[in-house]
Design a protein around this ligand. Structure first.
Ligand code: ATP
Ligand code: MG
Length: 567
């Protein structure tokens, strides 16, 4: 490709609206351009890189035995009503209607379409197991599109769906996808972890998220410093052996706390450690009030509340709810003399606290020297708090540390959630009708590309892993107007391409400084500079990753270049 007419607009300055490195670099190197909020065009260079990621995904999916198909982006509302998600999916679903007023959605995911497809065309156990996948644009009206294509409203996803005759079969299909994902992200040279995650509203059981480690990640991963344990903090279970304090119980005391509401304020006002405070938070769980207690130095985890109470919806109570049930405002809520209509649940740590501080259910008032059982009752103790750095790892090996992660992939056991709702069944070897057992597996293709850049760059630009680089080689004659340089560069351009190497040929009559700056920004694995020694057939080869420079004679060039590019 000749650069003089290539659509690759580079920017010298950092675009002010781009907060993270990958977004800045994707704009500066002309990989993408925003069309409207959260919606992007991929320019030729960006598309080439995206297609590299796609190629890796396709190869590994095919290798795992999955079959590629292509489903429509436009999906009818009836399909979503059948699965019960037309309402449940909420405002993220992009809805539209046709000229007859019929309702549709732009697909954010394809469980409904694939389930009906397989339902109608697969009847017998003999055809199963089967895993189908596609690579296609998805649409989600994200509340906060940000960081460029890391969280956009239209994005490229690989989504796969497995259909099995048994749960054991599902375990196998799941493992195959898990292994394929590990190979895909390894080939993209990403530093990632597969972490156990929450199965959320999808209604399945096992699920792993593939997280690329990065400070800008929106999820927090709790991992062990000694084992391979890694889980999203949403679900990591806490395995602390708390010890009962041997402090003698003191007499309950009421204290006026004038506007001191948060644990921080109260603990410094009363001069007690946060770990000796009880944080009391009112939640509305499936319409019922539930008072949740955790230690002051701990954080409540609402996913755990949901699982503990086997609930659908867990929401923080409003000020109004709090007034109604606790007779005070948030900040002074506590577990003493609570109405029988309010269920009280507590994190295990609360049981072991002695002479604690908590709200008195009276404005501007707290209690001191509160003791569980003596002063208040708890209906049930559960694990209800977030794991913290320094906690023991739940697998018994090592200590928990935190890292931020970008979710690039997700594997999920659906079970019969969709096959039952949408009647996707098969006849087993006894001729009996059974629901298919499903799994679903997503990779954000465009997000993965951004994550690669997030992990592979330096102050001068992108430093592509060879496997994802849009071009293998940047070929740069220092001065295109010098006949010997031009003719050697032309010759090499042809030779390299004949060897199926991908070359961007900077045939512009620009100053060398400009060309080299752009070249560093683009960051292809190998740069070939044709300069003063052109007449002798000698060029300079520079590796973007290490900065290493070597002189090579044109006869050895192809062989040398091939060592540094993806084959
Ligand atoms: P997130 O929690 O980041 O919103 P999700 O749980 O909604 O992700 P899935 O429904 O599992 O994501 O979709 C599969 C994959 O698609 C994700 O792992 C992610 O890589 C990608 N993805 C999801 N939403 C977006 C988005 N708005 N922009 C780019 N990629 C996305
Ligand atoms: Mg999402």
């Amino acid at each position: 490709m000749k650069q003089s007419t290539y659509l690759s607009p580079t920017l010298r300055d950092i675009p002010s609206d781009a907060e993270v490195k990958s977004h800045q670099l994707m704009l500066r190197t002309g990989l993408i351009r925003q069309s409207t909020s959260g919606v992007y065009s991929f320019l030729p260079l960006g598309l080439k890189a995206l297609q590299k990621v796609e190629g890796i995904i396709r190869e590994e999916m095919n290798r795992s035995g999955a079959q590629e198909l292509l489903m429509p982006a436009i999906q009818s509302a009836e399909l979503w009503q059948e699965s019960g998600r037309w309402e449940a999916y909420g405002p993220e679903l992009m809805r539209l209607h046709d000229r007859h007023g019929r309702e549709f959605a732009l697909g954010p995911t394809h469980e409904e379409v694939i389930t009906t497809l397989v339902r109608d065309d697969v009847r017998s156990y003999k055809k199963l197991p089967m895993t189908l996948y596609q690579i296609q644009n998805k649409f989600r009206d994200e509340r906060r599109p940000r960081f460029g294509v890391l969280r956009s409203r239209e994005f490229l996803m690989k989504d796969a769906y497995s259909f099995d005759t048994s749960f054991d079969g599902l375990d196998e299909s799941y493992q195959k996808m898990f292994d394929a994902y590990s190979r895909i992200f390894t080939r993209c040279e990403l530093d990632f972890r597969a972490v156990v995650a929450d199965s959320g509203a999808m209604g399945g059981k096992d699920t792993h998220e593939f997280m690329v480690l990065s400070d800008i990640g929106e999820d927090t991963i709790a991992y062990s410093d000694e084992s391979d344990f890694a889980a999203n903090i949403e679900i990591a279970s806490v395995a602390v052996n708390y010890k009962k304090s041997d402090e003698p119980m003191k007499e309950l005391e009421e204290k006026e706390t004038h506007n001191q509401k948060s644990i921080e304020e109260v603990s410094s006002f009363l001069n007690v450690d946060a770990s000796k405070c009880i944080k009391s938070l009112l939640f509305i769980v499936d319409n019922d009030p539930v008072l949740v207690l955790v230690r002051g130095d701990h954080e409540v985890n609402d996913v755990k509340i949901k699982h503990a109470l086997d609930a659908q919806i867990v929401e923080m109570a409003t000020e109004e709810d709090t007034k109604q049930w606790m007779k005070t405002v948030p900040g002074y809520v506590g577990p003493l003399s609570v109405s029988d209509d309010v269920k009280v649940i507590a994190d295990h740590a609360v049981k072991y606290i002695a002479n604690a501080v908590c709200g008195a259910n009276k404005d501007h008032t707290h209690y001191m020297n509160v003791n569980p059982e003596r002063d208040f009752k708890v209906d049930e103790y559960y694990d209800l708090r977030n794991i913290q750095e320094g906690d023991p790892s739940p697998d018994g090996k090592g200590t928990i540390r935190f890292k931020e992660g970008i979710e690039v992939g997700h594997v999920f056991k659906l079970g019969t959630r969709y096959s039952e709702a949408m009647n996707a069944s098969f006849l087993d070897d006894q001729g009996k009708t059974k629901p298919m057992i499903m799994g679903c597996y997503g990779i954000g293709v465009s997000r993965t590309l951004a994550a690669v850049i997030e992990q592979h760059h330096d102050e001068n630009g992108i430093v592509w892993p060879a496997s994802v680089a849009p071009f293998d080689v940047h070929l740069i004659p220092v001065n295109i107007k010098q006949e010997d340089q031009r003719s050697l560069a032309d010759e090499l351009y042809t030779d390299l391409q004949n060897e199926r190497l991908e070359v961007l040929y900077d045939d512009r009559a620009e100053r060398p400084g400009v060309k080299f700056k752009d070249s560093d920004l683009f960051g292809f694995p190998v740069r070939i500079t044709v300069g003063k020694k052109a007449a002798e057939g000698i060029v300079e080869l520079k590796l973007r990753k290490t900065g290493e420079v070597i002189e090579v004679h044109k006869d050895e060039l192809i062989q040398t270049v091939k060592q540094y590019v993806s084959n």
